[in-house]
Design a protein around this ligand. Structure first.
Ligand code: SF4
Ligand code: SF4
Length: 92
């Protein structure tokens, strides 16, 4: 089983050094996880270290394709409030 990094990754480099399996590598256009190396941190840590440190909601998915840090989980801003704020900004 492996996690994956998707296009919302901002290439901040935070996850690469914390991976115990050296599964994360710099690539274009964004960092990637080698699914053959990723252990989901099992045996090393209780939580996947990459997802724990990643500052971008939704950038890292679990093996089922679900965001480990879904919208609102890091900012504390409920997704509907964020949508309202974005709509407000675009209206001006
Ligand atoms: S879940 Fe763990 S092993 Fe897999 S890429 Fe993230 S830090 Fe590395
Ligand atoms: S911590 Fe998140 S945003 Fe930063 S490089 Fe890794 S996946 Fe991309």
């Amino acid at each position: 089983m492996s996690l994956s990094i998707i296009e919302s990754c901002v290439n901040c480099f935070a996850c690469e050094p914390v991976c115990p399996s050296e599964a994360i590598y710099e690539a274009k256009p964004h960092f990637l996880i080698n699914s053959k190396k990723c252990t989901e941190c099992e045996g090393d840590f209780a939580d996947p270290q990459c997802a724990t440190i990643c500052p971008i909601e939704g950038a890292i998915l679990n093996a089922l394709g679900e965001a480990i840090n879904p919208p609102g989980s890091l900012t504390g801003i409920p997704p509907e409030k964020m949508a309202e704020a974005m709509a407000e900004l675009q209206a001006h």
